[in-house]
Ligand binder design. Structure first.
Ligand code: GDP
Ligand code: MG
Length: 299
């Protein structure tokens, strides 16, 4: 299949991009085989660029999961889009994820970039587990018609259908290059970051409407000894009224988030976890540069 010399190592960056909710984080987790990115049924849960690293005997793939492509309305979203743009610039391959609903749209905020990029691209038509064979065929045809020369692969990230094809096509596109990260690294982000993301996921799952979008989680303490990890997490909301909602009657709502988070954190770190949570108000933090910087969005 490939002409490369035996023993030549391949390594490169693969960026996963697309509209909110099409399954980008599900795909990255499936490809890396770990649960690195939080997944919820709500749009815009992924706020940062999250790298997932997969190293094999003769290859290393550095995936970037990105926030969905949107037209930014406030500072936080602008920063989210900077993460998207940065992962377009240094990639060796783009995985453009679309779902069954989506149609080729020339007014898509990134379509220009995608059409004229010199970076090779594969379109992944996701969620085919929800459609009939004919529907899938029609959709694949639709994308092939509009994007000449681009390969279109039907997949299901959730049911892990055709992911071996995706993997094969990634390997074909990787340049010969020594590894970028040590073989045992899983991600470029520190443990605290993932701890905060797990808690954020639980907030998305437990509250309605605007509240989760107004929350940011900062893990301010992360102390690990042989048996247990002790964590302290601060949850920031934008207004006093949201603080009340988050905590709930007699603290019941926050307790639920704490218990669910701890369960997942124990799975993630494979260790007993002690978690303390505090709710704080940071007025309008999503619009404030200083706060965004403090929360790690100065991308
Ligand atoms: P992202 O916003 O693009 O990162 O999307 P997520 O990975 O967070 O997924 C959004 C929703 O779509 C979640 O409820 C997923 O479980 C669901 N989803 C993702 N991939 C598939 C798939 O292949 N099939 C089905 N049926 N659902 C999927
Ligand atoms: Mg996501």
């Amino acid at each position: 299949m490939s002409k490369r010399k035996k023993g030549a190592f391949k390594a490169g960056f693969v960026s996963i991009i697309g509209q909110p909710n099409v399954g980008k984080s599900t795909l990255m987790n499936a490809l890396v085989g770990e649960r690195l990115s939080i997944i919820t049924a709500k749009a815009q849960t992924t706020r940062h660029r999250i790298m997932g690293i997969l190293t094999g005997e003769d290859f290393q793939i550095v995936y970037s999961d990105t926030p969905g492509v949107i037209k930014p309305k406030y500072e936080l979203q602008k920063s989210m889009m900077r993460f998207v743009h940065s992962s377009l610039e240094d990639a060796d391959l783009l995985l453009w994820v679309v779902d069954l609903e989506e149609k080729y749209d020339p007014t898509h905020p990134l379509i220009d970039k995608l059409l004229f990029t010199k970076i090779p691209m594969v379109v992944l038509l996701n969620k085919i587990d929800l459609a009939s064979g004919t529907q899938v065929k029609d959709k694949v045809h639709h994308w092939r018609q509009h994007l000449e020369g681009v390969s279109v692969l039907p997949i299901s990230a959730l049911k892990k259908v055709n992911l071996d094809q995706v993997f094969k096509s990634i390997l074909d596109h990787l340049p010969e290059h020594p590894p970028y990260f040590p073989a045992d690294s899983l991600t470029d982000k520190p443990e605290r970051f993932f701890a905060a993301e797990v808690i954020r996921e639980k907030i998305f799952q437990n509250y309605k409407q605007e509240v989760p979008y107004s929350c940011e989680v900062v893990v301010t303490e992360f102390k690990e000894d042989e048996k247990i990890i002790r964590m302290r997490a601060e949850i920031y909301v934008e207004r006093q009224s949201q603080k009340g909602i988050l905590i709930g009657k007699k603290g019941a709502a926050l307790k639920k988030v704490g218990i669910a988070s701890r369960k997942d954190l124990e799975k993630f770190f494979d260790k007993q976890v002690h978690l303390e949570t505090f709710v704080k108000v940071a007025a309008d933090w999503r619009k404030k540069q200083m706060r965004l910087k403090q929360f790690g969005y100065s991308g």
